[in-house]
Design a protein around this ligand. Structure first.
Ligand SMILES: C[S@@+](CC[C@H](N)C(=O)[O-])C[C@H]1O[C@@H](n2cnc3c(N)ncnc32)[C@H](O)[C@@H]1O
Length: 386
């Protein structure tokens, strides 16, 4: 009997500001998620659903299985609660156990002591059950997280391994790439749909156009990588089945109008390499060019972009001039909607237009505004988009 055979409580971690997008993705996948709590969204499912969440969720950072929750207002109580759990249903004799801790509004707050007590309790239970003197820990890794909140310890097992922003297609880093999960959330927060033209005039290493092409072609974000749970000795091998589902869902006939421009030739080379690795090079037009020269014969398109912020990349006066020219370029596009993420607080002033909406998002810990400038809706019958 293993924990992976039964009903599971699955916890999905999402970055601050994008929990609602992740929740919507879960609903679209057929689940009934609970409300988000401090960046965590739970739903009931099976081990297949945990793997599906890893493969299909575009905006989640990580997927964990909740093993149990128990009161723990002292180290003795923590040790006992952890020892009581049937760890032999999760971890085989050679499993490598790594413990992480988090604590909030609880009597236990020393993270390294929580980690060490929890690890001792797990190792003791496993050595007792398997009749071993010590654990070899030479096998696959089991990442356990102890999250204490109001003196209750929730104990989870990570199923993702590398963070889910790592899609498997990025092999080289551009100057300031945006996380794939955040890029996908920005696209999903926008009005862009596969039938509308899309431009990223500051595309850098191509993250936004590639994520758009993957959404447009219904290509699962986790198709090109492995997840930690695929190595779990006690879990069934269900990857081929879920991979087949993902393959069948790809829309190979979709016609996309996605373009990316960047003034830096090296960045565009990188973007091309990434697009090829993601299998979407035929869906994206990537070109070296100054954003000031971007134009389109299409109406009702969408720009979603991550321009320079000035943090590292340029001086403030250059940044203001760039934003001002960007505003002028956008004004030449007929009925386009524009979405911009930047940490520069006076962005609207230099862009030359007040946003219809500003949402707070974080790009690598940096607080940013996600500015929405809406164009008109396209006609329902799809006519006159050129
Ligand atoms: C923050 S980075 C974008 C990163 C990108 N989202 C990614 O994931 O790799 C901003 C990009 O704007 C580009 N850039 C700066 N000035 C530009 C201009 N006038 N026209 C086009 N691109 C420009 C830079 O070369 C840089 O790649």
């Amino acid at each position: 009997m293993s924990v992976f055979d039964g009903k599971l409580r699955i916890e999905v971690a999402a970055a601050s500001g994008i929990e609602a997008v992740t929740k919507r993705e879960l609903v679209r996948l057929g689940y009934s998620p609970e409300g988000a709590n401090r960046g965590r969204i739970c739903f009931e499912g099976s081990y297949v659903d945990a793997l599906r969440a890893n493969i299909f969720l575009r905006t989640a950072e990580r997927v964990r299985i909740v093993l149990f929750a128990a009161p723990a207002d002292s180290f003795d109580a923590l040790f006992d609660a952890i020892y009581d759990y049937s760890w032999q249903e999760v971890i085989p004799p050679r499993g490598k156990v790594t413990v992480n801790a988090k604590t909030h509004a609880s009597k236990l707050f020393a993270l390294s002591a929580i980690q060490s007590v929890a690890k001792k309790a797990i190792v003791k239970k496993l050595t007792d059950k398997y009749g071993l003197r010590s654990l070899e820990e030479s096998g696959e890794e089991y990442r356990i997280e102890i999250s204490l909140e109001d003196d209750v310890a929730t104990v989870t097992l990570d199923t993702s391994g590398d963070g889910l922003h790592k899609r498997g297609w990025r092999t080289y880093l551009g100057e300031a790439p945006i996380r794939e999960t955040l890029a996908s959330a920005m696209l999903q927060l926008s009005v862009w749909k596969a039938d509308r033209p899309f431009i990223d005039p500051f595309c850098g290493s191509g993250t936004l156009p590639i994520e758009a092409a993957m959404i447009g072609g219904n290509i699962a974000s986790g198709m090109f990588r492995r997840f930690a749970c695929e190595d779990f000795a006690l879990a069934p091998n269900i990857r081929p089945k879920v991979q087949q589902e993902a393959e069948q869902l790809i829309d190979r006939d979709v016609k996309l109008r996605i373009s990316g421009f960047d003034i830096d030739g090296e960045a565009v080379k990188l973007a091309l390499k990434h697009a090829r690795a993601a299998g979407v090079e035929r869906d994206i037009h990537l070109q070296v060019g100054d954003m000031r020269e971007v134009s389109s014969r299409f109406k009702y398109g969408v720009i979603v972009t991550n321009p320079p912020y000035g943090e590292r990349l340029m001086q403030e006066n250059e940044l203001r001039a760039l934003y001002s020219d960007f505003g002028k370029m956008c004004a030449t596009l007929d009925e386009w909607s524009v979405y911009v993420i930047t940490s520069y607080r006076a962005f609207e002033k230099y862009f030359g237009r007040r946003a219809d909406k500003v949402r707070k998002l974080y790009n690598s810990e940096l607080e940013c505004g996600f500015y929405t400038f809406l164009g008109a809706r396209p006609p329902k019958d799809g006519s006159k988009t050129e």
